[in-house]
Design a binder for this molecule. Structure first.
Ligand code: AMP
Length: 199
């Protein structure tokens, strides 16, 4: 299926074309129409399948359509287990949103928080974060998640392996009840199935 059959806006289509994407991958074909309809999604998918674009494109399009960008509040939160994955997701978001007025920020631990908090003060529409640093900055009052409309939990099974589920549950309590949730995991062990059920 071609991207222009997926009802994406012209700015997204232009950015995708420039990135060399022509056909949507199977997970993109399956997921994008549901996500554009504001449905929740449970995706069993590995890295390399195109799952980042599968959730990123509908999120970008929905924020633009709702005209909530640039108002200072975080509208989308994407949680990833590692700094590398968070950076990769941030890079993909920048590629797709190249022609749209969206602010995107990536935060992770292991580095000074000062550049991250300085940028957060200027407002961000889409935040990509690792769980530990996110909780830290919530605790210090730099981040509020009370206006998040779109929540993505990526690589949930890796988070389980890395002992992050307690942090994830604490973050879930900070999110509005009314939101769209997208949950991705390469495998579905019992613990992850249970977590997905609560989300
Ligand atoms: P992901 O599974 O999201 O980590 O994506 C794997 C790689 O495939 C990334 O480098 C993407 O930029 C690329 N990609 C995702 N969707 C497409 C597509 N429809 N056509 C070409 N490349 C893609």
């Amino acid at each position: 299926m071609l991207f222009n059959e997926l009802e994406l806006n012209q700015q997204l289509l232009r950015a995708l074309k420039e990135a060399g994407y022509t056909k949507a991958t199977p997970i993109q074909v399956d997921a994008i129409p549901h996500l554009m309809n504001n449905e929740d999604l449970l995706g069993c998918a590995q890295t390399g399948t195109g799952k980042t674009a599968a959730f990123a494109l509908p999120i970008i399009q929905n924020i633009i359509e709702e005209q909530t960008a640039g108002k200072g509040a975080i509208k989308a939160l994407i949680l990833a287990p590692t700094r590398e994955l968070a950076i990769q997701i941030g890079d993909s978001l920048h590629t797709y949103a190249k022609y749209l007025p969206l602010s995107i920020q990536v935060i992770f631990g292991g580095v000074s928080q000062n550049p991250q908090t300085a940028k957060l003060k200027r407002g961000t529409d889409i935040l990509v974060a690792t769980p530990g640093r996110l909780l830290d900055l919530i605790g210090q009052g730099f981040i509020k998640l009370n206006q998040v409309d779109f929540f993505v939990l990526d690589e949930a099974d890796m988070m389980l392996d890395m002992g992050m589920l307690h942090d994830v549950r604490r973050i879930l309590r900070e999110l509005p009840k009314k939101r769209q949730s997208m949950f991705f995991s390469a495998t579905m062990p019992k613990e992850i199935e249970k977590l997905a059920g609560t989300i």
